[in-house]
Design a protein. Sequence first.
Length: 763
Amino acid sequence: MNQIAQPSDAQSQPPYLRGLNPPQREAVLTTDGPVLIIAGAGTGKTAALTARLAHLIFTKKAWPSEILSVTFTNKAAREMRERVGRLVGDAVEGMPWLGTFHAIAAKMLRRHAELVGLQSNFTILDTDDQQRLLKQLILAADIDEKRFPVRSLAGLIDQWKNKGLVPADIDAGESERYANGRGGELYQQYQARLIALNACDFGDLLLHMLVILKTHRDVLSLYQQRFKYIMVDEYQDTNSSQYLWLRLLAQERKNIACVGDDDQSIYSWRGAQVENILKFERDFPGAKVIRLEQNYRSTPHILGAASGVIANNGGRLGKQLWTERDVGEKVKVIGVWDGPEEARRVGEEIDIVRRAGTSLDDVAILVRAQHQTREFEDRFIAIGMPYKIVGGFRFYERAEIRDALAYLRVVNQPADDLAFERIVNVPKRGLGDKAVARIHQLARATGTPLTTAAARILDTDELTGAAKKSLGRLVGDIARWRDMATTLPHAELARQLLDESGYTAMYQAEKSVEATGRLENLSELVRAMEEYDSLGAFLEHVSLVMDNEGGAQDPQVTIMTIHAAKGLEYDTVFCVGWEEGLFPSQRSLDEGGVKSLEEERRLAYVAITRARRLAVILHAANRRIYGQWNSSIPSRFVAELPAEHIDTETTMSGGASLWQANWSDRADPFSDVARGTGRGPGWQRAAGTGSTFSAKPARVVESRSSAISLGNKGRDDLSLGMRVFHQKFGYGTIAEIEGNKLEIDFETSGRKRVMDSFVTLNP
């Protein structure tokens, strides 16, 4: 039974209750029994959580040491401690159980380490140590690491630990996920080796404590009695191990308050299960559910657009965000011709808001995949727009891009020793430090580049066996690639080089989310090369980009993935690449069906609700992928935006062929996904003549052609420098001709890309 503690004199209410709205106050004052606080985006959940913690201490319902308060990040834990400290003073110093899941579990485990065969001074291994240990086991088991990479095994073991599975729980089906059924065996060996080393990895901290709580009733009872109150932040992000750990600790007193938002559960790829928050009331019968729905961040139009999209999800608890803020601008939905125009348009829109007084620090561009950042980075470098990448490296600074560039640099410039050093053993070729040192010695002695020294050392006995053979193969490959560079287009050369070197295969073998992202980045790199006349010109461009760093204190546009943006907010947010296949991600739909579609929709909700004043959504009719122009249809999430909350426009000008979706004609919008095709509603192919995008994509209309190609034959009556007229953009001069596409410098609109059929001569 929930109990609300009400101070007797309203005038003497403590400071932590001031400024809270009624649902926030209810969340603070409902102290006993299970409580689920559904906190929508921007609804002040941190304020409510902090006040609740202060209230428990202020009213002496519990000593600080009797409260377990769990967060997901150290940053959140520090913020919580600082806020509570401002409210209750030094009492916050007596809160030893305020921290992240892993920090608290580690503290517990050191007290009971012997129960799982460890000593209290056990070592916590980092990722590198973990992989080195696993590699030893893989080699000892005579498993081909190239076919079954160590990272794949490490990721699989991490998944098992997130699910609360010990080696004895791994059945044959799970074991088959690595090395033809040897996954479970290696997991067991790994755990035994960790015990022998008096060590554990990050996942063990919770797993070991889960095992102890399940098998040692006295320890479980100790903590159940110790923790009078349990508070959990971001409950929607808990994995199975965290969920089971919390449920065990809370079963005795049931004074557990969980704060979260099922509509912002976007981390399934790292083990989070939205089901944990959805079944809270089943786990704790009689639970009080409190909804924080008053938003303090965004305008009504932004909230309306986000709510309209997320309402299409079936598995959710439901809430209705509202705000007292001014209505503000509608969400802008802009259709563009292609990726480069998307980057140009975003740059123009940023200039507009900057001139209106918005700092660049309050502007963000949110992408679904890391590889999308490249086009914006190149554009911003060209126009001098300062930017930063959050949650990752700049495109050309990523490890896989630097590796690929090093291969290209060696082909372009034989004397580039730094590039040769980087790729000589990437991927692994069995060339250790000693072999590389011998190549260096010969290079210094003969005054030649490393590539020349590497070729010469093959004629000596300095290297033997596998090292000599693999170096000979690399030297031969480099010579062959240089010959190919004289006849083969440089982008095609890059594709073949990455394949023939084994670099692409290295990441394909990993079969992880991280590896998939790296492969996407490599594809984007090759695509970027197509825009330059030669390999040398491209490498020079990259050098200039990497050398271009704005001052650290200068205002900068933030570019990041939607995942990295969770918890952040900006005045103006650009949500880019909202096209089927890109967002929602086709790979996610293929792998997870309806469940993944709903998580992708939650990502859309998170993206829109990052904006305080203005949200802009862009989608392109075409994307160039693997050197080919691919037609796109707007994301289904565009069709789900309520018309009353959006303004729609298109910067496309031509009779371009479009893929248009008739979303409304499908009786069951999830039927195709449920059948496993990954293709949701509206995959009819169609094209439009002079069509514009709309929030609700139009029905299929007649078209000239459904093929988009740069090789389309253009008009014979047009030439460079000719003055033409366009219905929308007015007068201009032809600057470039590429098939039936024109680049025109318009007198009032700047440079635009249009189709030749939409301009007239001699105006």
